[in-house]
Design a protein around this ligand. Structure first.
Ligand code: PLP
Length: 494
């Protein structure tokens, strides 16, 4: 059973100085610091308000208010009939991890310095609004996940064993093949699937395998930074052509004008990242025709198409050209990102090279979780889970839209919601430094990213990317109020 944090576990509580007043604010600061410094860990229960009030000889109402404030900030969480706990969502913020800011880069190579910058850019946001894909109570996988885990790890297929297949375990590849054939009309056999550590690794494998020195490549403008950062840093020294998108998706003719002989196009046809629209059938047809004629690859990043809130998603682009398209899927959005499991559905000729490179990077994906996931999919739990979280995120998304409407005037910022996925873009109504706004927001406890890094230099637009996570309404409302204030101050200062 988890231990109850006693006052004694909070050495900093001695800093509480009743003589200087503002006891509630002091207490909030002390508890916040205790969590940040790791004195209190995710999941630790706090003393009851009565107990703490007695020990510190202060009013119980002050403790309750302090706890409520920290619950609203996402530092603590209240559980019915159990008490108050340090939020589980803070789990990943290990106080021991290296701070990229503190790294002395003088002795490093240029490549190493670049990766320090990437480390800074990709540092995960704290798990509070508007961090993307943070599953808590309602969006965590059902008990079946834990049961399969216990059962398989204790005995049988997922028990400790020797090295496994770099392609991924057959049971999972087979379950994924059934699932994507059924839900996304992807044409594939388990033999064509390579299990990856998320789409991120699959993009990296593509960048290494598909190109030779100084090949040209199309990437949508805007696009996911996880894609552009990989291509920009490829040792193949690729020539990257950013191809604009409109309401129908990538402007294929523009790509042809820019670089007709490109070796590949990186696209997000189900849900353009970050703008949100699907690629029209006309554009899909044009893109496939170009790729067939040029014998070019299309890398289809299908990162969140399962989370569509109205109507049916388009079938995957892969179905139109299975020999040309590399189809990438992930369990980060529909299950949880720390699982680090995704998949590439490949034209047959690419399977062996993908497996070879995968073997050099990390041999193979962890076997136990693959078996757990295979059973979770095969026994129908995944699709049930997706139906459930779709409702939660749809509700969450609606609430965010309404609250933005209430607190942020359209003359300051307006939302581009789309009808699927786990993020929305809040466009700033006037030209503004979105990186600075995002930085100020992060310092004020709102987890948010600027949209401008997803654009090429020439196409810059300012806005903020709001991720959907499973946060409570009070937390969301507080974050939007803070954001409204930061945007207002920033626009007034200009
Ligand atoms: C467009 C896009 N592609 C790929 C990824 C990477 O996902 P994964 O967690 O599977 O690496 C993300 C993650 O947010 C994304 O937004």
């Amino acid at each position: 059973m988890a231990r109850i944090a006693k006052v004694i576990d909070l050495p900093s509580i001695v800093k509480l100085n009743k003589a200087t007043g503002q006891i509630g604010a002091q207490l909030i600061q002390i508890l916040r610091e205790a969590v940040q410094q790791g004195d209190l860990q995710a999941g630790d229960p706090l003393p009851s308000s009565r107990e703490l009030a007695q020990t510190l000889a202060i009013a119980r109402g002050t403790i309750i208010e302090a706890y409520d404030q920290l619950i609203a900030e996402g530092v603590l969480e209240a559980r019915a009939r159990q008490g108050t706990f340090v939020s589980h969502a803070l789990k990943s913020q290990s106080p021991q991890s290296v701070s990229p800011q503190s790294i002395d880069t003088e002795s490093l190579t240029d490549a190493a310095r670049t990766y320090v910058e990437i480390f800074k850019e990709f540092k995960p946001l704290a798990h509070r609004p508007f961090a993307i894909s943070v599953p808590t109570g309602r969006t965590q996988p059902s008990d079946a996940w834990r049961k399969f885990g216990n059962r398989f790890r204790a005995r049988g297929v997922a028990a400790p064993s020797g090295y496994d297949d770099p392609q991924g375990v057959y049971a999972l590849r087979s379950a994924i093949a059934d699932y994507v054939r059924r839900s996304r009309s992807v044409q594939c056999e388990p033999e064509q699937i390579v299990i990856t550590s998320g789409i991120q690794q699959a993009l990296y494998l593509c960048s290494q395998i598909l190109f030779t020195h100084q090949d040209s490549v199309w990437v949508e403008d805007p696009a996911y930074r996880g894609t552009t950062a990989i291509l920009e840093n490829s040792l193949h020294q690729l020539q990257i052509y950013r191809v604009p998108v409109d309401q129908e998706g990538i402007l294929v003719q523009k790509g042809i004008d820019l670089a007709p002989q490109a070796r590949a196009a990186f696209v997000t046809p189900s849900h353009q990242y970050p703008l949100g629209m699907p690629m029209s059938l006309a554009r899909r047809t044009e893109l496939v025709a170009w790729a067939k004629q040029q014998r070019a690859w299309i890398v289809e990043d299908d990162y969140d198409s399962e989370l569509r809130y109205t109507g049916q998603p388009f079938p995957a682009l892969q179905a139109m050209a299975p020999d040309q398209v590399i189809y990438l899927g992930t369990f980060s959005k529909v299950l949880f990102p720390s699982l680090r499991l995704g998949y590439a559905v490949l034209p047959k000729v690419l399977v062996a090279p993908f497996c070879g490179l995968r073997a050099l990077i990390d041999r193979h994906p962890p076997s136990a979780d693959q078996h757990v996931l295979a059973a979770f999919i095969q026994e129908g739990y995944l699709e049930r889970h997706i139906r459930r979280i779709r409702n939660v995120y749809a509700e969450n998304r609606q609430q965010i839209i309404q609250l933005i409407d209430r607190y942020i005037p359209k003359t300051h910022a307006f939302i581009e919601a789309g009808d699927q996925g786990m993020h929305m873009v809040l466009w700033l109504a006037a030209p503004a430094d979105d990186l600075k706004i995002a930085q100020t927001a992060v310092e004020a406890g709102v987890s948010i990213k600027a949209v401008s890094p997803t654009f090429s230099h020439a196409a810059q637009r300012a806005g903020l990317i709001l991720g959907l996570g499973d946060f409570d309404l009070l937390q969301i409302e507080n974050a939007i109020k803070t954001l409204a204030q930061i945007i207002r101050q920033h626009l007034e200062l200009k």
